[in-house]
Design a binder for this molecule. Sequence first.
Ligand SMILES: Cc1cc2nc3c(=O)[nH]c(=O)nc-3n(C[C@H](O)[C@H](O)[C@H](O)COP(=O)(O)O)c2cc1C
Ligand code: SF4
Length: 461
Amino acid sequence: MPLSSFLLAESPVTSLEQYLELGGGKGLLRARRIGPEATIEEISRSGLRGRGGGGFPTGAKWASTRSVPGRHYVVCNAAEGEPATFKDRTLMRANPYQCVEGLAIAALCMDAPDAYLGTKAKFEVERLSLELAIQEMDAAGLLEGMTMIIAAGPDEYLFGEEKALLEVIEGHDPMPRLMPPFQHGLFATGPQMGWEAHAPEPGQLASPEANPTLVNNLETLANVPHVLSRGSERFRRMGSEESPGTIVCTVVGDVARAGVYEMEMGSPLSELLEVAGGPLPGRHFKAAFSGVANAVIHASDFDTPLSYEAMKAIGSGLGAGGFALYDDSACMVAVAHEYSRFLSVESCGQCPPCKTGSAEITAILAKIEAGTGSEADVGNVGRRLQTVTDANRCYLGTEEQLVVSSILQTFPDEFATHLEGWCELPARHLPIPKLDDIVEGVAVYDERHARKRPDWTYAEP
Ligand SMILES: Cc1cc2nc3c(=O)[nH]c(=O)nc-3n(C[C@H](O)[C@H](O)[C@H](O)COP(=O)(O)O)c2cc1C
Ligand code: SF4
């Protein structure tokens, strides 16, 4: 049976009492007993990798952030803005206690008195469950010596980008800052270039240090108490050598049963799709996207294991484990246009090649989709794709490059028919799979995004 219940128990955990009965709290107790250094070593031994999309080794991130001198902060990234991804909200609903316990262990390891949870203001149910869990755990004395603050942020995709997340927690717009969180952490004074003009005034909160800040995805942190309480060896018994553990996957799009399913790492993508009921009646899969940050996965690669290394080997990536499926009735030119439009609208514009480049690519793709494009237009898309990543502060421009160029390379015939002025596929509504909810096997997309303009305002319906 490929389904796992390591993080997602069969029924939600709704009280601290229930959580403690299930063995909750033991990870934090052990971390307090063995101390930060040994705890970080245990996380490193487990091979746990960040579930926010990049798969960065968690133990190495913790060790290097701790090694930077200064006042430390920790942040749980619960912004969940990646299209086709609903796993962090599922985890918050199913068991907020393990997320808070994981963050508490991270705070302990960084000697950080303040821990933040950055989540969207519109995730009301999830915020409430986190709030209640924090209150209960605090009242039980589990969070002694630390303060947990929930920061409610905007709906923008960039809110989940770690450098933008810190800006939001500080009360600004989600515009990625220049330096990474361990070099320019929360509430540090102007050390974008590693220096400042003057020492802080008396009473000023800011400090001259970089305030090295640890940012981890919520699912990453949810794994931490289990690694500590059950041991790194037990964790390594699941998954592959390079990608141990489980991954909480989202499946939406052209599938029978959209949903969130926890899988052991290393299970083939095709098994996940079987769990999601396979394709719709009479159809067959054509392609999948793991969010909007990786190259398209052709259906002929659906036997690829769900691991960072295997997904990389086919030229794509596991991302945050959220998959949008497209069947043989979907036009990939329309999909390329929709994904490019999403990234272009969400680009913040601090780096002109990203904002203007992705806007130009989107405009040309619209023309090609409408059947009025030319070979020269395809050449212009190719040229723009080469420069869209220039001098970028964050990875969004690279996402545009990876997604659009991979669709062009994988489905050249579909572009060719569009250049001839027609499309053999049925006209279909193919919205960006930005999720508001998944209810009984049906994904609810945020259709409002179709009206979002490049300046982040919305057109009237
Ligand atoms: C445009 C963009 C959006 C992102 N959105 C999210 C997000 O919603 N949630 C998340 O955890 N990470 C997101 N990330 C990744 C974070 O920047 C960061 O790598 C992650 O929170 C690190 O945690 P991890 O090491 O536990 O994976 C995003 C990255 C980019 C470039
Ligand atoms: S790369 Fe794009 S989204 Fe990222 S900071 Fe620059 S303009 Fe903004």
